[in-house]
Design a binder for this molecule. Sequence first.
Ligand SMILES: C[S@@+](CC[C@H](N)C(=O)[O-])C[C@H]1O[C@@H](n2cnc3c(N)ncnc32)[C@H](O)[C@@H]1O
Length: 236
Amino acid sequence: MTTLKTLPENSCAYEEYDPKTLKPVNNSTFTRLMELGWSKEEFNGKSVLDIGGNSGILSLYAHNLGAKEIQYVDVQVPLVEFFQSVVSEHDLPIDIARRGFLELDTKTDKKDIVLCMEVLHWLVDQGGNVADSLQKLTDLTNDTLYLETPWDVKEPSIAAKGIVMEEDYNIELIIRELQSHFETVEMVRFMSYFGAMADSKRILIRATGKRTNNSNAGADKTVMSEEYSLAPAVAA
Ligand SMILES: C[S@@+](CC[C@H](N)C(=O)[O-])C[C@H]1O[C@@H](n2cnc3c(N)ncnc32)[C@H](O)[C@@H]1O
């Protein structure tokens, strides 16, 4: 039996919960969960891959919403051990592994819903690039990819590091790449959970409907409704 651990101090302010009650312990965490807008209809019975899961709060939320198979991965040992202790304590059906994004296998780790939440900029910071990372995320996804990510490199947590360059990480690049892989790329909302950090512009994106030929070249040929015409209305 694993002893229930306390949340490591380097967990993010928006993913803190009480490991005994599993309740959010601050407003940022609660607000963020509500802002995600995730529903039981969307998660029920689905398999979920939570990449860079940190405290595990999004895996817990997915479980709460009825996901049937959840894989959590993160690279930081204290976080993985903390979440392992939570899952053991509550006897939850969540798989936990200390693994990095590059170690994920696009065949065996593929899931219905993939969560890449506040992790893409880390991957770029670690020497990856947006195009390759989004290609791999697409390959890992059966149905839906959720990406929550800073809008640009001015976002304080990236700017503080000063390593990621604007040409390597910007929202246009991210959206363009996503559109080449998915039919529908929704910018769901700007997240506001960092109430005190006004410069923190983070966006939640939902991508669904994987393209089969990996190209959006056919997007221009979308058949418009036959009911719609730009011809002037003829007076009756
Ligand atoms: C800002 S936190 C986001 C946590 C969580 N996804 C969320 O949105 O609540 C980023 C997490 O990504 C993890 N991480 C960083 N690089 C990673 C990598 N290459 N593979 C997997 N996880 C990584 C970090 O350890 C950290 O827990």
